[in-house]
Design a binder for this molecule. Structure first.
Ligand SMILES: Cc1ncc(COP(=O)(O)O)c(C=O)c1O
Length: 418
């Protein structure tokens, strides 16, 4: 009965189905015997979901009407918008962004932010440019615009960002579309943990500038995991410089999420932050995206926004939050280091990981066999098209230890199977 022009609309979410299998295995065999590397949320060493104290203390002390009420504005509370800018660009953001125009729109999570951006900028039936290794929800968003997807390879054979392939694909789309919409998930790329170097960003920048002579370029910069990036403030600033002083035909939309930053996944709070050198582009962004907020979700969680604002607008609370987060950032790093060291020892290939919640093992054509064998060995991962994703954000150090070798053995076995 659904509208014919929508085509088939069947959501196959492998993450949730494999996670379910992992849970069932745990119930049957006991917790210790099962590795559930599917969970994309932060878990502690006791196997419990991490809930940041700073965030919860503030939330629990909000007046009830601050939780139950509608937001003061469809596009987000003013204090929230201020907090998002501070969080992304620093307390001196006005100075840092001087000469630029910018607007913030509050959205339900990073998903809402990316969806709003795709909805407003991808031409109907056009192609969205995505990384080959990716968070698959982007594809659904393109389909909602009856669009196609093209995929940049992400890595070349030297395991660096494949700038040549990226350039070719951007240029090809710029030849045929008015708008070229590109998603780059950086830093802490899901599923690889990759982060482009400053030099790689400089090259990307040149490509976008050059392509903007032919088409409008909309860069959706998915920064959902930015608070788990381990660079210093100065290093992050250098990265953010990349997006300043673009020609008017290049628009950057940062898509931000509190799901990971505050470990508040269910609160559904995020934002689009648009940055441009053109006043008109930003005014149009604000108008168009306000419209889609109103038509899609109206407004977002008042309490969630208040929680973030009360932390970000209070330097003491911000420091406490950062300290708490630092602890878990280190924990993820330790887990990833154990895995990477052991992978090296047993010669298991990993895609270039720098930081973040996930790392990926490329298993190519053997992926379905690897999946089957992993499950037989009670190891549950997120199975990608040509690889498997390990969630270092949720697997304890104890369970990570020895995992690389187990996977290597399984991979070798899969290669031998007919
Ligand atoms: C790469 C990436 N972007 C965006 C999101 C959006 O998350 P949320 O909608 O919970 O903010 C996720 C969630 O897993 C993600 O992995």
């Amino acid at each position: 009965m659904i509208a014919k022009d929508l085509g088939e609309r069947k959501l196959v979410d492998k993450v949730f189905s494999v996670a379910k299998k992992a849970k069932e295995a745990m119930a049957e065999l006991g917790e210790e015997k099962v590795v559930n590397a599917t969970i994309g949320s932060l878990y502690d060493e006791k196997g419990k979901l991490v809930v940041l104290e700073t965030a919860m203390d503030v939330y629990k002390n909000l007046p009830p009407e601050e939780i139950a009420g509608y937001a003061s504005n469809f596009t987000g509370a003013p204090e929230y918008k201020e907090s998002v800018k501070i969080s992304l660009f620093g307390r001196d953001y006005k100075e840092f962004l001087s000469g630029h125009y910018y607007e913030v729109i509050a959205t339900p999570g990073g998903t809402g932010a990316i969806n709003n951006s795709v909805k407003n900028y991808l031409g109907y039936g056009d192609t969205l440019l995505l990384p080959k290794w990716l968070w698959s929800s982007y594809i659904l968003m393109a389909k909602d615009r009856h669009g196609d997807c093209d995929f940049y390879t992400l890595f070349n054979e030297k395991k660096e960002f494949d700038i040549v392939d990226f350039k070719n694909r951007v240029e090809k789309l710029a030849e045929k579309q008015d708008n070229v919409v590109i998603v780059i998930n950086d830093p802490c790329q899901n599923p690889t943990g990759y982060r482009l170097s400053i030099e790689e960003w400089k090259e990307v920048r040149k490509i976008l500038v050059s392509a903007s002579e032919k088409a409008n370029i909309i860069l959706i910069l998915d920064v959902a995991y930015i608070d788990f990036d381990d660079r210093t403030f100065e290093e992050k600033r250098e990265y953010l410089e990349t997006f300043k002083n673009f020609p008017e035909k290049v628009l950057t939309i940062f898509t931000f999420s509190l799901s990971k930053s505050l470990t508040s996944y269910g609160m559904r709070v995020g934002a689009q932050i648009a940055l441009s050198t053109s006043k008109n582009v930003i005014e149009e962004f604000y108008e168009a995206n306000s419209y889609t907020c109103r038509s899609t979700w109206s407004n977002i969680s008042r309490g969630g926004m208040a929680m973030f604002s009360q932390i970000m607008l209070d330097e003491e609370k911000t420091a406490k939050l950062e300290k708490e987060r630092e602890f878990y950032r280190e924990l993820i790093k330790e887990r990833a280091e154990i895995f990477m060291k052991e992978a090296k020892e047993c010669d298991l290939e990993i895609l270039p990981y720098v930081s973040g919640f996930f790392l990926t093992i490329p298993t190519g054509e053997y992926t379905p066999k690897v999946e089957k064998l992993l499950e037989e060995n009670h190891i549950y991962t997120v199975v990608l098209k040509e690889g498997i994703r390990i969630a270092v954000c949720s697997v304890t150090k104890k369970k990570i230890t020895g995992l690389a070798k187990r996977i290597k053995d399984i991979y070798e076995k899969a290669k031998l199977e007919k």
